[in-house]
Design a protein around this ligand. Structure first.
Ligand code: GLN
Length: 278
């Protein structure tokens, strides 16, 4: 080939290469952009659909195992009862491990979002608590009962006026006493201690949720009687699981699991095992 022709060919080859190189570069830039958009999409979806509380695969649950049949310390020293079985079934549906922290009832709400992820403790949904935590859908209806010595004449709301009434600290029973004229609340960390003091004559009555009232009263047999809170115009209450305020992903995951457990019959089985046998 002639020398000039050779040079021309090399130039053509170079131009060709540069053209292809530019196309390749453009394609890469477009691909990279597409991937960035796709990844960003995944990222934002993850942030709104997943709860930080369970990102580690563990749901740390606070309870106060002094409230049979919902929670009590089992023979093996671990918290047991309806609520414990319920939250474990919920954890299973959510695909997370459940770890239980037994603590005082009065410190549960304040510990949500720090020491514990959620609380299940026969906890009644109240407006005051709703200022601090979000609740799941309610799972059980309850009412406060009144336990009195077998020979007591207390039978209606006005009979409680001016009386000393045993309650568990920070519970709805405690809040009810605040509204009874001239009544004094004797606050206990454990409901059963209030009932012991009723037997000892230190309090005139105990106000506590229906199911534990029945369990505790059975322990003391003929010495006490339990009276339905409806006779005292106490309002119906609903138990729900308390969660960090604003963690919508966690609330909807827990509610979905609760719904599934109700639909597949697990919930009724737990009621039969833990509540109806008491
Ligand atoms: N249901 C009552 C409340 O929420 C009592 C709960 C309890 O003592 N564990 O205040």
């Amino acid at each position: 080939m002639h020398k000039d022709d050779k040079i021309k060919k090399i130039q053509r080859n170079n131009e060709d290469f540069e053209r292809r190189y530019k196309i390749m570069k453009k394609t890469l830039v477009v691909l990279a952009l597409a991937m960035t958009v796709a990844l960003a999409g995944c990222g934002s979806k993850g942030a709104s659909d997943k709860s930080d509380a369970i990102a580690d695969g563990v749901l740390t649950v606070g309870t106060n195992a002094e409230f049979p049949p919902f929670e009590y310390v089992g023979d093996d020293g671990e918290p047991d009862g309806f609520d414990m079985a319920l939250i474990k079934a919920i954890g299973e549906k959510m695909g997370v491990k459940v770890e239980v922290e037994n603590m005082e009832f009065d410190s549960l709400v304040a510990s949500i979002g720090s020491k514990i992820d959620v609380a299940i403790a026969g906890m009644t949904v109240t407006d005051e608590r709703k200022n601090m935590v979000d609740f799941s859908d309610p799972y059980y209806e309850a009412v406060q009962y009144v336990i009195v010595p077998a020979d007591s004449t207390i039978a209606s709301a006005s009979d409680l006026e001016g009386k000393t009434i045993g309650v568990q600290l920070g519970t709805t029973g405690d809040f009810i006493v605040e509204d009874i004229p001239d009544a004094t609340a004797s606050q206990y960390n454990k409901g059963v201690d209030a009932v012991n003091d009723l037997i000892n004559g230190r309090v005139d009555a105990v106000i506590i949720d229906k199911n534990p009232a029945e369990v505790f009263a059975e322990k003391f047999g003929d010495d006490v009687k339990v009276i339905d809170g409806a006779d005292f115009d106490f309002e119906a209450e609903e138990y729900a699981i308390a969660m960090p305020k604003g963690d919508e992903a966690l609330v909807s995951a827990v509610n979905q699991a609760l719904k599934d457990i109700k639909e597949d019959g697990t919930f009724d089985e737990l009621v039969a095992t833990y509540i109806e046998q008491n």
